[in-house]
Design a protein around this ligand. Structure first.
Ligand code: PSV
Ligand code: MN
Length: 427
């Protein structure tokens, strides 16, 4: 299935007068605040968020799974689904593959399909947290940190194979997340496990092409319930610093213990030029992998404020970072869930762009937390949805992506084409 621009234009048509009213009112409001409105719209239009190939089907928990049908049966279907999202919002123009869940058997065919839908390939992700059929050595007790050299060699070789897939697809970023760790105290020597991990990562880094970057993702627990080898940003930062300038830290919002100040981590990583990218999702308790912005939208805004402010001051471009969703969809239609996540991320970005930075800096200089809060919350509480809609409209996307998705009965079409009882590879 494909969504055409004329279908979108026809669905936008009756909504135009209402949109125009809302956009005019917002323009006036932002004009009064001396916001450079056009530059915010342009920044949003340029901003693309990669969709993971592993999150297009209904996920599940270890207690059950409730597939809603029409899930993609192969990589081609997955690219096609991301094409649908991108047609609706023009902000999902990239795809991130997890190997071996999604192996691009014919790289040029896959690239052509993606390009025809306006998509490019973002980071490739290695997987040494599961055993694959026919694999010589098991990752049951770790991969890059394993006590057995043969297992470490196998995991290093897998990562380099993923790099080769990335080269073929035109991406230059490898994301590494390890589930390595221990479930019980005393199970492994934590110092030695870290040293072995460092050594294995050094080997991968040394053999990557010179223009390739490595993102090191951290996570405090699960599935290692006692001690994960790379549990926090500090350990990731340490390893990335030892590897060299092309290794950076990847921040998955769900990979923090409750109440961690993620925006402060982001700010420190920007200051040290070690921020590599994001996996967006939201959570209440642990790595819940919920829709971005569904639980803590203010936190998402504060993260984006640190990004916008920090990167502007350090002359870094937002394009240098990896922007990706890493969520799981247990009860929602995955495509609707992804549309919601993309909107929430863009909204947080837009809110951060309209912060009166001058006034905030002055309040900080004056040690005036009252005004500082007023400034931040004034941006956060401004309803910028008409601005997002305007950016979409200018790109030929839907004024109301979810409304459009439902009006076109996309899920029904997918079920008809792929069947009721389909399960996609991935989460
Ligand atoms: C682990 O929880 C993680 O966040 C990593 O990014 C994995 O690659 C992904 O989820 C999929 O399991
Ligand atoms: Mn992740």
């Amino acid at each position: 299935m494909q969504i055409t621009s004329s279908q979108i234009a026809a669905l936008n048509e009756p909504q135009l007068p209402d949109h125009s009213k809302r956009w005019t009112a917002l323009r006036a409001q932002l004009g009064d605040k001396h916001v450079d409105i056009e530059s915010v719209v342009e920044a949003l239009r340029a901003f693309q968020i990669a969709i993971p190939s592993w999150a297009l089907g209904t996920g599940g928990t270890r207690f059950g799974r409730f597939p809603m049908g029409g899930a993609p049966l192969n990589l081609e279907d997955k690219i096609s689904d991301i094409g649908l999202l991108h047609a609706l919002n023009r902000s999902s123009g990239a795809i991130s593959l997890h190997i071996p869940w999604d192996i691009p058997e014919d790289a040029s065919a896959v690239q052509n399909q993606a390009a025809s839908l306006g998509l490019r390939f973002d980071a490739v992700n290695s997987n040494t947290f599961q055993d694959q059929p026919g694999q010589a050595n098991s990752y049951r007790f770790g991969s890059l940190s394993h006590t057995d050299q043969a297992v470490r060699d196998q995991a290093v070789a897998h990562n380099l194979e993923v790099v080769r897939f990335g080269m073929e697809l035109g991406t230059r970023v490898l994301s590494v997340w390890l589930s390595d760790g221990s479930i019980f105290p005393g199970q492994h020597n934590m110092r030695e496990a870290l040293r072995r991990t460092e050594d294995s990562l050094q080997r991968i880094y040394a053999d990557m092409p010179e223009d390739f970057r490595m993102l090191i993702e951290y996570k405090p627990f699960e599935p290692a319930f006692y001690a994960t080898v790379i549990p926090d940003w500090g350990t990731s930062f340490l390893l990335a610093s030892k590897l060299g300038p092309r290794a950076k830290t990847l921040v998955d919002l769900g990979h923090h213990l409750p109440n961690t100040n993620i925006e402060q981590i982001v700010s420190t990583l920007i200051a040290e030029e070690k921020l590599g990218g994001f996996h967006f999702n939201d959570s209440k308790y642990a790595d819940d992998d919920l829709t971005a912005g569904s639980i803590k939208p203010y936190q998402l805004f504060l993260i984006f404020y640190e990004l916008v402010e920090g990167m502007r001051k350090q002359n870094q471009s937002m394009q240098e970072l990896g922007w990706m969703i890493d969520a799981s969809h247990n009860i929602k239609d995955p495509l609707e869930d992804l549309l919601q996540s993309v909107e929430a991320i863009k909204l947080a970005y837009a809110q951060a762009l309209i912060v009166d930075d001058h006034k905030l800096r002055q309040a900080q200089q004056d040690n005036d937390p009252v005004i500082a809060q007023e400034v931040l919350q004034d941006a956060f509480r401004t309803d910028l949805r008409p601005l997002l809609a305007e950016a979409r409209l200018r790109d030929g996307a839907a004024l109301d992506p979810i409304g459009c998705y439902r009006a076109l009965e996309v899920r029904k079409h997918l079920i008809r084409a792929r069947g009721e009882n389909t399960i996609a590879t991935g989460l």
